[in-house]
Design a protein. Structure first.
Length: 702
């Protein structure tokens, strides 16, 4: 009970330390985004929205912000001596040097460098004066107001001026750090977008160059015009070829008919003598066809040919056509025919049809060759046009991507310039006039109750988890032999100390005497009960009573000596045989008569037969039959023989003593363990021939 009272007294006289002043400020964080910087989707990105509230609240506790507060406190305290009484850690640097260094770090937005001695001195000074980073971080509280865009900041201090000063510095340093962080994030993203934009521009330029080289290599300037020309020209050629073939068929029929007529009618006298002329005409037609094909083929590449190329080619074509006409005239003039008008008209028609047939045949052949070349060229152009279309599609996609990046680049640069303005103060720190209401009485009562509960919990936990048994019911729960009596011995304490108040010593002695009175009465009753149990034994029985236990126990000997004194008062003689060599008797003691084993035949008075000076069992001293004879002789002199055996935890000699005894008391000890071996020993004891009275409990009361 003394601990709760002391706690209450200490708290009562130190409650002035709980007087705290609280200063508060409110900030606003605008969180807006339109997804305009997203490269992959319109979902919100971290660089778009800045720091979310969780990240924002953590910024206030990063090292640079807390060091900013430290340095401002240090400068203010050393300059004015009105904030905190700061003592420098050592005199290596003057206050002026410390202030100059702190100002330099604040102006350059730098952290303390622990490689510099002056920065180490500053850090140690702040820690020594209770203003370290962890100390400051624990003193202020930051919380978002519900799910709104407002944030409360508060700090408690014994000095109201210090509370307001720290809140002002904290909010400014927090906003500065946030703007620095967000600008760095936007700057990194802006640079990333700019690099992507440059790469896209280079890739787009490469695609344009590739398309230009590919078109030049395959002589294609305009894909649509080329495709239109091929389709239109193919259609025209097919029409002209179809028309020419029809005319050829018509002329062929006419020629066959006229030739058959001239050959079958002998009176016409027709015979052709112009074979050489016809052969020359055929060669000229071949040359004409080649020149016409050359003119049509080069119609799309005139810009690459000489300027007079067309004029010279037309002149060659006209020259060949004139030669064909002259040869045709010679062919007509060299033909012999019947002078009659009918034959002459047939011959003229026949020759004219042959001329037309030759011309049409040459023209159709030329058109077919041109169509074949156009078809072959169109087949070649399919892959070329496909590649060109693919390149143009890539260029279109890359152009859109580049324009999108360019727009984002300009927007990112704009955001970088204007970032950080969405976090600002809306309510500056207030000056606390009154300290926070302290719950002094509740704290004292709570501390008292808490200390009492703590003591009770410790006691209960000790009882529950301690392997030792501190209460009688714990032993009763596990033992096989019930407890029938209890003996408690109180140690004697002086309680005198030169530094201890006299009143405390008196109280302690009074408490000891009071406990001794309570215990003495109980011990007397227990001894009388043990005496009655022993006296109730049959007078003609062996009356050899053994006291055995798990450990050496001086209370057992003390109890038997007290019983011996009680027997002596009624002229009952008893002998105590003490065989516990783990706790040997003092040979020089004067409290009782001590006998040695060599005196066993001559002893007659009540006392103690000491067998504890050396480690020996009863059978080491005498054989069993000799022991029985000795005990019979001793029983003729003594009404009762009381035995104290070695502890069961340390020796097995107690088995031999049980063979010599008739009755047994089992000795328990509080504040010691009672394990499975003890249970086995008790079970063995209960199975023997001995009469087990029960157990008596011993304890040293503290």
């Amino acid at each position: 009970m003394g601990v709760p009272i002391i706690v209450c007294i200490i708290l009562y006289f130190n409650m002035s330390d709980f007087k705290m002043y609280e200063s508060k400020a409110k900030l606003q964080f605008e969180l807006n985004t339109d997804g305009s910087l997203s490269l992959t989707s319109k979902s919100l990105q971290l660089f778009e929205i800045g720091l979310m509230f969780t990240d924002l609240l953590e910024i206030a506790r990063i090292k640079r912000v807390l060091e900013n507060i430290q340095l401002n406190i240090l400068i203010k305290s050393l300059n004015t001596n009105k904030l905190y009484d700061i003592k420098l850690d050592n005199d290596l640097y003057s206050e002026t040097e410390i202030i100059n260094r702190a100002n330099y770090l604040l102006d350059n937005f730098e952290n303390l460098n622990m490689q510099r001695p002056i920065d180490v001195v500053i850090n140690n000074t702040m820690i020594k004066n209770g203003l370290g980073i962890e100390d400051i971080s624990k003193r202020f509280s930051i919380s978002r107001i519900g799910s709104s865009k407002y944030i409360n900041v508060s700090i408690e201090d014994k000095d109201p001026f210090a509370a307001k000063f720290i809140i002002d510095i904290l909010t400014k340093a927090w906003i500065k750090e946030y703007r620095y962080e967000i600008k760095q994030r936007y700057k990194d993203k802006s640079e990333s977008i700019a690099n992507s934009c440059d790469r896209a521009r280079v890739e787009l330029s490469d695609l344009y160059d590739s398309l230009k080289v590919f078109k030049r290599k395959h002589n294609i300037i305009d894909i649509d015009a080329t495709k239109k020309f091929i389709i239109d020209r193919s259609s025209e050629l097919q029409k002209e070829i179809s028309k020419g073939k029809k005319e050829l068929a018509s002329d062929k029929s006419s020629i066959d008919f006229l030739g058959n007529t001239l050959e079958n009618k002998k009176d016409f006298g027709f015979k052709s003598e112009s074979d050489d002329i016809h052969l020359s005409i055929m060669h000229l037609k071949d040359s004409l066809r080649k020149l016409q094909q050359e003119r049509e083929y080069n119609a799309y590449n005139l810009e690459k040919l000489p300027s007079d190329y067309t004029t010279k080619l037309d002149a060659k074509i006209r020259s060949i056509e004139n030669k064909i006409k002259n040869n045709l005239s010679k062919s007509i003039s060299s033909t012999t025919y019947d002078p009659s008008l009918t034959k002459q008209s047939i011959v003229n028609k026949y020759i004219q049809d042959q001329i037309n047939y030759v011309k049409l045949e040459a023209q159709v052949s030329t058109l077919e060759d041109e169509l074949n070349q156009l078809t072959y060229r169109s087949r070649q152009n399919i892959d070329v046009i496909s590649n060109i279309v693919k390149l143009e599609g890539q260029i279109e996609t890359k152009e859109k991507y580049y324009l999108n990046l360019l727009e984002k680049k300009h927007f990112a640069e704009l955001l970088e310039k204007e970032s950080g303005n969405n976090f600002f103060i809306i309510e500056t720190a207030n000056f606390p006039i009154k300290p926070k209401s302290s719950k002094r009485g509740l704290i004292i009562v709570g501390a008292s109750m808490g200390s009492m509960i703590l003591i009770l919990v410790i006691v209960v936990l000790r009882i529950i988890f301690d392997a030792k048994h501190h209460l009688p019911f714990q032993i009763d729960k596990e033992s096989k032999i019930p407890i029938i009596a209890s003996i408690y011995l109180l140690p004697v304490h002086d309680y005198k100390h030169k530094f201890k108040p006299r009143i405390i010593s008196k109280l302690q002695r009074w408490r000891q005497n009071y406990k001794r009175k309570l215990v003495a009465g109980g011990n007397t009753d227990s001894r009388k009960y043990l005496r009655r149990l022993i006296l109730d034994l049959d007078k003609d029985g062996k009356n050899i009573i053994t006291f055995m236990g798990a450990r050496s126990n001086h209370i057992t000997l003390h109890t038997l000596l007290e019983l011996q004194k009680m027997f002596n008062k009624t002229n009952i003689k008893s002998l105590i045989i003490y065989n516990d060599w783990f706790s040997p008797l003092d040979v020089n003691q004067k409290e009782y008569k001590r006998f040695e084993f060599k005196d066993r035949e001559t002893i007659n008075d009540s006392g103690v037969l000491d067998l504890s000076q050396e480690e020996c069992s009863p059978y080491d001293l005498l054989l069993p039959d000799d022991w029985f004879s000795l005990l019979v002789k001793l029983r003729q002199k003594y009404q009762y023989i009381l035995l104290i055996t070695p502890p069961t935890h340390q020796s097995t000699i107690w088995h031999e003593w049980l063979n010599l005894t008739s009755d047994v008391f089992y000795v328990y000890e509080l504040h010691e363990t009672f394990d499975d071996d003890d249970v086995k020993h008790q079970e063995y004891l209960l199975e023997t021939h001995c009469n087990v009275f029960g157990g008596f409990l011993t304890s040293n009361v503290k």
